[in-house]
Design a protein around this ligand. Structure first.
Ligand code: SF4
Length: 406
């Protein structure tokens, strides 16, 4: 049995406090609540005094608790296709069914009502369509940033445009919050977010150690505060604790997977409802999944309080998901240098083409460049009808056998 990460208890408390604080604010009407996409301009919202709620985090909870299966058809029934983002369909379905995993986890009846909805299309168009549904439902303002996609080199023009768009959100946010924009408060949120990111990066990079002290499956759980609490002191404090523990584990040679024989990279979305069984499967095969694009997506260490708008534009445009194939390949090659994995698993998530990178020949190109094998597993982030456990198990076992043969 792998040794449990002690910081988990603290992480659970941070997540619980996050939802309790939102629930109180929703009841009191203060502070105002902004819903934000997961790689949206959270620092500006925090810096303007909003509490920030992330529907994608709720989507992941619906997936992890497997509630998504019953909620998705409800959204399909109002016209949202089963082929689009299953975070979106499960979340809207859950809302229509008046259900949420928050009820069982925290005895919170409903997700917090938004005062404003703020998106960034850097990850996909689905987030805007998703928030537009709630804007109609709650009759609150929908504002956001329209980003570029599939870009290689990022130009000054693009960065200036995104920075201007972020700045352009301020008048509506002032109107909703009733408070004047205060640049120092904003800079402070940017500073805290950068510190969170730097610590989160260090935690993820701890997995470069052999054996790795933690795995992708642990990181998907511990990334919660990096998503929902970036821009707060609590998140910074939390990742200091986690990093110290990981460093201690490295020193004591505590491995996420006892007897680690193989190391893998996970490309694409997690399969939320199957994290445990996948983690157990890999552990039984003495294989540690040491790095992933997904968990790295919440590293925003470009943020700089001296240039808050410009650095936010950079942080939210330099993201992997925004970039072209050539950039993405270089990125994974760099990860290979650092984490020394001997194979790559591509997850083809049926309802998220945006975070699925096997469809244009990348596995074959990377396998050739890096001299390591790659496989593709079909599945989905939340819609388990798209995932065959049996098939995935057979594929993974055969893949590890192939690694053994090398
Ligand atoms: S990136 Fe994928 S999972 Fe995330 S909101 Fe967009 S479609 Fe959904």
């Amino acid at each position: 049995m792998a040794t449990e990460i002690q910081a988990t208890k603290t992480m659970r408390k941070i997540m619980a406090d996050h939802f309790f604080e939102l629930d109180r604010a929703a009841k009191d009407g203060r502070p105002r609540i902004a819903w934000c996409t997961s790689v949206g301009p959270a620092e500006l919202l925090r810096g303007m005094g909003f509490l920030v709620y992330f529907p994608e985090n709720h989507g992941a909870m619906l997936g992890a608790t497997r509630m998504a299966a019953s909620c998705i058809p409800r959204a399909n029934s109002v016209g949202y296709s089963p082929d689009i983002c299953s975070y979106l369909t499960s979340d809207i379905g859950a809302y229509l069914m008046r259900t949420t995993p928050l009820q069982k986890a925290y005895q919170i009846e409903a997700v917090p009502r938004p005062d404003v909805l703020v998106f960034n299309t850097n990850q996909c168009r689905d987030v805007k369509d998703w928030f537009a549904w709630y804007a109609r439902e709650f009759k609150v303002p929908l504002i956001g940033v329209h980003s570029y996609h599939n870009i290689g080199e990022i130009t000054d023009f693009e960065l200036r445009d995104i920075a201007k768009q972020i700045e352009g959100l301020i008048p509506t946010l002032e109107e909703v919050s009733g408070e004047k924009f205060d640049v120092d408060r904003f800079r402070d949120a940017v500073r805290l977010s950068r510190e969170t990111s730097q610590l989160w990066r260090a935690c993820l990079e701890a997995a470069a150690a052999i054996p790795s002290p933690w795995s992708f499956f642990d990181a998907t759980i511990h990334m919660g505060p990096a998503v929902v609490a970036r821009g707060t002191q609590e998140a910074v404090d939390y990742y200091r604790i986690l990093l110290a523990e990981l460093q201690q584990r490295i020193q004591n040679q505590v491995a996420a997977v006892e007897g680690e024989r193989h190391r893998l990279y996970w490309e694409g979305m997690p399969i939320w409802g199957k994290l445990r069984s996948l983690s157990e499967l890999f552990a039984s095969l003495k294989t540690s999944v040491v790095a992933s694009t997904y968990c790295n997506s919440w590293i925003f260490d470009q943020l700089d309080p001296a240039e808050p708008f410009e650095s936010m534009a950079r942080a939210y445009t330099e993201l992997f998901i925004v970039r072209d194939e050539a950039y993405k390949e270089r990125y994974i090659e760099n990860c290979h240098d650092l984490f020394r994995f001997d194979g790559i698993i591509f997850h083809d998530a049926k309802t998220c083409p945006n975070n699925t990178n096997n469809r244009y020949g990348m596995p074959a190109r990377l396998a050739k460049k890096l001299g390591i094998p790659a496989i593709t597993i079909n599945g989905d982030l939340s819609d388990l009808r798209c995932y065959s456990e049996e098939q995935a198990r057979t594929q993974i076992e055969a893949f590890i056998e192939q690694l053994e043969g090398r």
